[in-house]
Design a binder for this molecule. Structure first.
Ligand code: MSP
Length: 504
C-alpha cells in the first residue's frame, strides 16, 4: 500500500527554526510509523525559492539570487538531516525537473480557466499573498501583520470563481479532506463567502518560472510573465511524484497523499491547490492537515524580536529525541503551543529520565546482575496477562490515532504502557522473587521485556535513536511492527547504557 506525505516547502529568506522543524518532524513521524507498519512510503520536503521576497532578501545581502538560494536551501537540507528526517525527496523549486513540471502543469490547466487581465490591488511580499482591501487591519496591514504594497500590472488570472460549487461539493463528499474540524469549517465558510479569480503570474520582476505560453511566444515585444510563486510552489508535490512523466502514477500517489501544513497556509492547500488540480485533471490529495503555531514564552517568534528558537541549540543541550518527544507530547497536534525552557526541562526530567529511563535501567540492570542471562517463560497469570496484552496491542491502539494525525494521543498510549510497566515492577518486586521464586521471576521478567519491547516499537517513529538503543539492549532487530509478536527465547542481553543522562 502506498502512503505519501509532504511538508510545505520552506521559504529561503531566513534561517530554519523550530517552526519549520516542527512541521518536518511531524511528517517524519507519520512516514516512519507507516513504514514500520509495512506501507510503501514517500516523504517529500524541500525549499520554495522563487518570488519577490527571496529576490529582495538576496539583494539586501548583496548576493546573486541563485547563489543565495544554493546557500540557504542547503541550510534547510542540513536541518532535515539534523532532525533525523527520513525524507525520500527534497525538491528545490529552482531545479530543472521542477521548472519543467510547473510549466507542464500550467499547460494542463483548462484553456477557459486562464485569461489575461490587469491586476490592481494590495500584495504582502512577506506572505506572498494578494490581500483584499476588506482584509486590511486598522493599521492597513495584512492579517498576518505584514506590510502591504500597491500592485498594478498585467497578469494571467485563474478562473477560481468557477470552482466554488465544485469545491464545496468535494468538501461535502470527502468529510476527512481537511482537518482538524475547525480548519475545515473555516475553509468552507471562506469558499461559501464567494471566490474571486486569482492572479497567477507576475510581470514586474523575473525571479520565477517563466509562463510557458509567454516563453514560447514569438513576439519579443510582448510582456513576459513569471508564475505566481504559490502556483509554482504547490506544484512541487507532483514534481516529487515524477510529474509530468507518468500521469497515472502521479494521480495514484496524490490520492494516497497527506499534506501537512501550518494553519496559516491552509487556504492555499485546501482551496487554490484542489481547484488547480481539478482544472488540470489530476487527482486531489487524500487529506490536508493543518497544525498550530509555537510561540516562545507566550510571544510570537520573530527575527526582529530575536526570540526565534533554533532547533540545533535545543538538540545540543537536550538531545534530538528529547526535542522530538517534547514537541508532540507537550501540545495536541493541531493546536497552538508555547515553547518554554522550563516545560522542556520538566519533560526531560520527569517523563524521559525518570519514567522511561528508570524503567529500562531498573529492569535491564537487574538482568545484568544475573550476568545478562534472560530465560523467557510465558506461563503467565492474570496479573501478568494484563501488561502482556496491553504490550502486544500497542500498535493496534496507536493506529487509529496516527491515521487521524493525532500524534499526541498516540504518544499518550505509549506513556500509559510506561506507567503500567513501572507499577508492575513495584507490585511484583522482582528483587524479592530472585530470593524466593525463580520460576515466577522468569515470568515477571518476560512480561517486563515484552512491555519494554512494545514501548520501543511505540516510540520508534517518534524517537528513532532511543528506540534503536532499547532494541539493541534486548536483542531485537527492530525492523517492522510485525516483529512485535515474536516470543522472546533464552538469551544474553548486553550491558544497557543510560538513555537520558542528566549531564550532557
Ligand atoms: N513556502 C511556503 C509554503 C509553500 S508549500 C507549497 C511557506 N513557507 S514557510 O517557510 O513560511 O513555512 C513553512 C512551514 O513552517 C509552515 O507549515 C509553517 O506553519 C511552519 N512554521 C513557521 N513558523 C512556525 C511556528 N512558529 N510554529 C509552527 N510552525 C510554523 O509558508
Amino acid at each position: 500500500m502506498k502512503f505519501c506525505i509532504t511538508t510545505p516547502i520552506y521559504y529561503i529568506n531566513g534561517e530554519p527554526h523550530i517552526g519549520h522543524a516542527y512541521t518536518s518532524i511531524a511528517a517524519d513521524i507519520m512516514a516512519r510509523f507507516k513504514r514500520l507498519d509495512g506501507f510503501d512510503v514517500h516523504l517529500s520536503t524541500g525549499t520554495d525559492e522563487h518570488g519577490i521576497k527571496v529576490a529582495r532578501t538576496a539583494k539586501k545581502e548583496h548576493m546573486d539570487v541563485e547563489k543565495f538560494s544554493d546557500i540557504v536551501s542547503q541550510k534547510f537540507r542540513d536541518m532535515s538531516n539534523e532532525i533525523n528526517m527520513s525524507y525520500d525527496d527534497f525538491v528545490r523549486t529552482t531545479e530543472k525537473r521542477h521548472i519543467l513540471s510547473a510549466q507542464a502543469f500550467w499547460k494542463m490547466l483548462k484553456k477557459d480557466d486562464v485569461y489575461k487581465n490587469v491586476y490592481s490591488g494590495w500584495y504582502s511580499a512577506q506572505d506572498e499573498e494578494y490581500i483584499a482591501e476588506s482584509d486590511l487591519d486598522e493599521n492597513r496591514r495584512a492579517p498576518s501583520g505584514a506590510t502591504v504594497e500597491w500592485m498594478e500590472e498585467e497578469s494571467y488570472f485563474f478562473r477560481l470563481s468557477a470552482y466554488q460549487d465544485k469545491l464545496l461539493d468535494w468538501y461535502e463528499k470527502n468529510p476527512d479532506f481537511i482537518a482538524p474540524a475547525s480548519r475545515r469549517n473555516e475553509i468552507i465558510s471562506f469558499v461559501k463567502s464567494g471566490l474571486r479569480d486569482l492572479s497567477i503570474s507576475r510581470s514586474q520582476f523575473s525571479w520565477g518560472i517563466p509562463v510557458p505560453v509567454d516563453q514560447e511566444n514569438e513576439n519579443k515585444n510582448e510582456l513576459k510573465h513569471v508564475m505566481y510563486v504559490w502556483i509554482d510552489a504547490l506544484t512541487n508535490y507532483i514534481t516529487s511524484f515524477g510529474f509530468p512523466q507518468d500521469k497515472a502514477k502521479v494521480s495514484e500517489m496524490m490520492s494516497n497523499c497527506t499534506h501537512i501544513v501550518g494553519k496559516e497556509i491552509i487556504r492555499f492547500h485546501a482551496v487554490y491547490w484542489p481547484a488547480f488540480l481539478m482544472s488540470a485533471g489530476i487527482a486531489l490529495p487524500k487529506r490536508i492537515y493543518a497544525h498550530g503555531w509555537w510561540t516562545n514564552d507566550g510571544m510570537k517568534m520573530s527575527k526582529s524580536l530575536g526570540n526565534v528558537v533554533d532547533p540545533k541549540d535545543v538538540i545540543k543541550r537536550y538531545g534530538l529525541d528529547t526535542l522530538r518527544y517534547f514537541l508532540f507530547r507537550e501540545v495536541k497536534f493541531g493546536e497552538d503551543g508555547d515553547f518554554s525552557e522550563k516545560a522542556l526541562q520538566n519533560r526531560f526530567a520527569y517523563d524521559l529520565a525518570n519514567d522511561l529511563g528508570n524503567l529500562i535501567q531498573r529492569v535491564l540492570a537487574f538482568i545484568q546482575k544475573r550476568n545478562g542471562n534472560f530465560v523467557a517463560d510465558y506461563n503467565m497469570s492474570d496479573e501478568d496477562r494484563s501488561l502482556f496484552e496491553n504490550a502486544r496491542s500497542i500498535i493496534e491502539k496507536m493506529r487509529p490515532a496516527m491515521d487521524k494525525q493525532d500524534l499526541h494521543s498516540a504518544l499518550n498510549t505509549v506513556w500509559d504502557l510506561v506507567t503500567e510497566a513501572n507499577k508492575y515492577v513495584n507490585d511484583m518486586k522482582p528483587w524479592e522473587l530472585a530470593k524466593t521464586d525463580v520460576n515466577r521471576l522468569n515470568i515477571v521478567l518476560t512480561t517486563l521485556c515484552e512491555g519494554i519491547r512494545s514501548i520501543a516499537f511505540g516510540l520508534a517513529a517518534f524517537m528513532p535513536d532511543t528506540a534503536r538503543k532499547i532494541f539493541d539492549f534486548i536483542n531485537v532487530k527492530g525492523d517492522r511492527f510485525s516483529e512485535i509478536s515474536e516470543n522472546f527465547t533464552d538469551q544474553h542481553f548486553p550491558q544497557p547504557s543510560v538513555l537520558f543522562p542528566k549531564e550532557r
